[in-house]
Design a protein around this ligand. Structure first.
Ligand code: F6P
Length: 342
């Protein structure tokens, strides 16, 4: 069988480990040929492919990014995009298509499944907000990078008696902010799940400093939103899936804190640093297990499924289960984090 593979949406450490595992078991154990589509759905629209084999995927395990390239191209937004994608898959004689992506990329896979394409999904989001899986690869790496940064910011914050605002990724869910904030000992964590009141944040910092603290660390998810009417924000450009480009809420938070409290405040936006570089051991293992399960599903003609982690087990779940609801941070975890505020 000819198995197609693509990576779509934002990149994540661990994508190459998934590709490597698919090829290693697909070719090595089952004797399938694996064809990579370049730059996500764009490669399917434009029939841009690359042959993948055991030799060409050697050494990929620790490598960040994706050797296939990625894009946010949405075939449904391109004229005759779905027909063009179907044409390519037919002409390339693709018997199974393994789609590694988040809700947008997997949403297109689901549409194509409706047109008879044999799809299998592999969940990918640095934000860890896909339903139906407990964790996605890349998330652990992002949390580790953010935690290292917070540790480093602590020493400079305490030397200068400053408030440090650290912005991390997290569009709709504050998983990275909450985990890194907990691991790094943040004094305030702002997440999209709970709109914040800047006056309360400032009051909290003032109280903390009154009780002897000389510095504070505020971790902000990029998608954190102020309570209505409490603080002005800016909006940005929109991509092919209708998402606004985020990044920058922390600048507003920094200005407000400095103005309202009088404490010297600095901001660090970690942004894409969190998605770059080598995956942690946890992410390499998770990505490898996902890749092996995905090629097993293809080999067994078990289509329309997404591989997922539940507890310690890798399972296959209906693809649509991953897409109907966003996995936001559990209120109980936020409660745990709040114990350490102040
Ligand atoms: O959706 C995952 C994500 O990493 C978000 O956290 C972030 O807002 C976005 O991607 C960044 O996208 P881009 O790489 O297109 O700037």
């Amino acid at each position: 069988m000819r198995v197609g593979v693509l990576t779509g949406g934002g990149d994540c450490p661990g994508l190459n480990a998934v590709i490597r595992a698919i090829v290693r078991k697909g070719e090595g154990t089952y004797g399938h040929s694996v064809i990579g589509f370049r730059h996500g759905w764009r490669g399917v629209l434009e029939d841009e492919t690359v042959e993948l084999d055991v030799g060409s995927t050697r050494g990929l395990l620790p490598r960040g990014g994706t050797i296939l390239g990625t894009s946010r191209t949405n075939p449904a937004k391109v004229e005759h995009g779905i027909e063009r994608a179907l044409d390519t898959l037919r002409s390339e004689r693709i018997g199974a298509l393994i789609v590694i992506g988040g809700e947008d990329t997997l949403g297109v896979a689901l549409q194509l499944e409706g047109h008879g394409v044999n799809v299998i999904g592999v969940p990918k989001t640095i934000d860890n907000d896909l339903s139906a899986t407990d964790y996605t690869f890349g998330f652990d790496t992002a949390v580790q990078v953010a935690t290292d940064a917070i540790d480093r910011l602590h020493t400079t914050a305490e030397s200068h008696d400053r408030v440090m605002v650290v912005e991390v990724m997290g569009r709709h869910a504050g998983w990275i902010a909450t985990h890194a904030g907990l691991a790094g000992g943040a004094d305030v964590i702002l997440v999209p799940e709970v709109p914040f009141d800047i006056a309360e944040v400032c009051e909290h910092i003032r109280r903390r400093h009154k009780h002897g603290a000389r510095f504070s660390i505020v971790v902000v998810a990029e998608g954190a939103i102020p309570k209505e009417g409490s603080m002005e924000t800016q909006s940005g450009e929109v991509d092919a899936f209708g998402h606004v480009r985020l990044g920058g809420i922390s600048n507003r938070v920094q200005e407000e804190i400095e103005q309202r409290t009088g404490f010297e405040t600095r901001v660090t936006i970690l942004g894409h640093v969190l998605r770059g570089g080598t995956p942690t051991a946890f992410d390499r293992v998770l990505a490898t297990r996902f890749g092996v399960e995905a090629i097993d599903a293809a080999h067994e003609n078990d289509f329309g499924k997404m591989v997922a982690l539940r507890g310690t087990e890798i399972l296959r779940v209906p693809l649509e289960d991953a897409l109907h609801e966003l996995k936001t941070v559990d209120a109980r975890l936020l409660d745990v984090a709040s114990v350490f505020f102040g």
